[in-house]
Design a protein around this ligand. Structure first.
Ligand code: HXC
Length: 521
């Protein structure tokens, strides 16, 4: 190479490095300091914390805004978003991280285009997309072009749903229509105290409804994890949220075409679980923590509960059984006596569909007396919402195992994935009872005349209830009719579940041809 060529190359390389540095500096040191002061990491620090060390490869590095009059002379390094790919535990993921130090992380047309480009690559190559959201919303200067940028992202969120896992971390503002990108993804995680999501902010609300509310009260992590059900998980700060995403990925496959990764464990497949008898009390009215039952059974007692603070009457989450990733759905007698209500039905249905989309077998622990009675529930549409659960279980083609722990009554018996709703294997503990309803309700209805005409109505009622209980409050009537495959000793639960899961590994099931089903929404 001649000296001239070398000098020319050096010049070009220096320019390239200079440009790259400007992009990497984002909105500059002062704004980065403010970001830290607010308790947040910068966009690039977040990517480093999320991915395996040194694995990040950036894409669209030199993309610039395409402006409009109001953007003349405005610099937006990196277009306000860092995009690319890297690995988590050695597996490829695509990532975009909005840079609040650049025009508040606002989304312009090219910003949206950068996000869309990594989403396209993720689907082409079959790998999850992780969005780190920290943005003031549509870039006002760009007008409708910025709305179009959002459109590109929303469209892909919807069309790629169920193709590859999509995970959203909310690590700052997420307001207006912008919330709909995370809302369309599989999991939403929020940082406590520094993130919020809402459609209309406190000022608009004050002027329209006269309600006085802070950002945190309106759409903070607590609200969306406890009340609205918009978010699935929350953590102390950015780093904790990013660590949680790494945990979550361990249960998910790269795409719908793959099985989730196996996690080797030293926990023996045939480990006995005698402690379960101390947790589940024979007195059917005595509540117990269902999460303890789940933890006792799964590998190493490790259970990643999803939406743990929302609709606590149902428990959903991920675990491994014999090394295989499984989705757990379980009634929780500690809250609303474990009944199914609107929020529980929505929560469970969504989780069941997530598992089915990504080839994760479902294990259901049942202890349920029914749907929650009440005018409020009926008027708010428990029929429509409860139907989602039935629908989700029925259409799920992944392996499905049901374990009846105690009660399984009425419509909830079906909603919790009974044999007829498509469960592949139904097991029951000797403590369980399957019936149309509990003994008291049943005796009061079928023996009403006799009780009313009795000279000792209370004694007759008690006697009839006891008789009904003896006859039907057990698993053997249902087992005798083939609705239960086996009644098992609780201490052998783990062994049985793992054995059936292995048998079901080769399960093949397809649904009749359709464009798509019409799930009640
Ligand atoms: C362009 C914006 C911007 C926006 C903020 N900035 N919002 N630039 N478009 N939407 C710029 C600011 O001018 C500032 O630039 C920098 O980002 C940081 O903003 P600050 O206000 O200084 O930050 P902070 O005090 O932390 O307040 C953050 C905020 C506030 C609460 C998010 O910026 C805010 O209310 N912004 C407007 C939010 C909004 O109304 N967005 C449009 C929503 S409608 P400098 O240069 O001073 O650092 C929408 C529709 C989406 O999003 C529809 C999708 C279908």
């Amino acid at each position: 190479m001649s000296d001239d060529t070398l000098a020319w190359m050096n010049e070009l390389t220096a320019e390239m490095e200079e440009r790259r540095k400007r992009v990497e500096a984002g909105g500059g040191a002062e704004r980065a300091r403010k970001q830290h002061e607010a308790g947040k990491l910068t966009a690039r620090e977040r990517i480093e914390a999320l991915l395996d060390e040194g694995s990040f490869v950036e894409l669209g590095v030199f993309v610039e805004h395409r402006g409009g009059d109001l953007m003349d002379g405005v610099e937006a390094p990196g277009e306000g978003v860092v995009t690319g790919y890297g690995t988590v535990d050695g597996r490829t993921v695509f990532v975009f991280s909005q840079d609040f130090t650049v025009l508040g992380g606002s989304l312009g047309k090219m910003h949206g285009g950068k996000i869309a480009a990594v989403m396209d690559l993720a689907v082409r190559t079959g790998a999850p997309v992780i969005g780190l959201n920290d943005s003031a919303g549509a870039r006002i200067q760009e007008g409708v072009d910025s709305l179009s940028g959002y459109g590109e992202v929303f469209y892909r969120n919807a069309v790629y749903s169920g193709v590859v896992p999509q995970i959203s971390a909310i690590l700052g503002p997420c307001a207006g229509g912008a919330v709909y990108s995370p809302a369309l993804t599989d999991f939403v995680l929020m940082a406590r105290g520094t993130s919020y999501m809402f459609i209309t902010g406190p000022e608009v609300i004050r002027s329209v409804t006269k309600e006085d509310v802070t950002f945190e009260e309106l759409g903070g992590a607590d609200v969306h994890n406890r009340t609205s059900g918009v978010a699935h998980l929350e953590a102390e700060d950015d780093e904790a949220v990013l660590a949680m995403i790494r945990q979550l990925l361990a249960y998910l496959p790269q795409s719908a075409k793959e099985a989730p990764p196996r996690r080797p464990s030293r926990d023996p497949d045939d480990r006995e679980t005698p402690e379960l008898l101390n947790i589940v009390h024979p007195d059917q009215r005595r509540p117990y923590p269902m999460t303890e039952v789940v933890k006792a059974v799964v590998d190493d007692g490790t259970f990643l509960e999803i939406q743990p603070e929302f609709a606590k009457n149902i428990v959903v989450g991920f675990a491994h059984l014999g090394g295989q990733s499984v989705g757990i759905v379980a009634n929780n007698p500690r809250h609303l006596a474990g009944t199914l209500n609107i929020d529980a039905s929505d929560k469970a249905a969504r989780f069941i569909r997530t598992c089915d989309a990504f080839n994760i077998p479902l294990v259901t622990f049942v202890d349920v007396t029914g749907f929650l009675p009440g005018v409020a529930q009926e008027h708010a549409g428990i029929i429509r919402h409860g139907a989602k659960m039935l629908y989700a279980y029925a259409e799920a083609t992944v392996p499905k195992i049901t374990l009846i722990v105690r009660k399984s009554y009425g419509g909830a018996y079906l909603a919790m994935n009974s044999r007829d709703m498509g469960s592949d294997v139904v097991l029951a503990w000797p403590t369980s009872a399957v019936a149309v309803m509990g003994a008291e309700g049943a005796a009061n209805i079928i023996y009403r005349r006799e009780i009313q005409s009795s000279s000792h109505p209370e004694a007759t009622r008690a006697q009839r209830i006891e008789e009904y209980r003896r006859r039907f409050d057990n698993p053997y009537v249902a087992a005798g009719l083939g609705y239960i495959d086996d009644v098992i000793d609780p201490k052998d639960t783990r062994r049985h579940l793992i054995r059936h899961l292995r048998m079901l590994e080769g399960k093949e099931k397809t649904l009749p041809f359709k464009k798509h089903g019409n799930m009640p929404l």
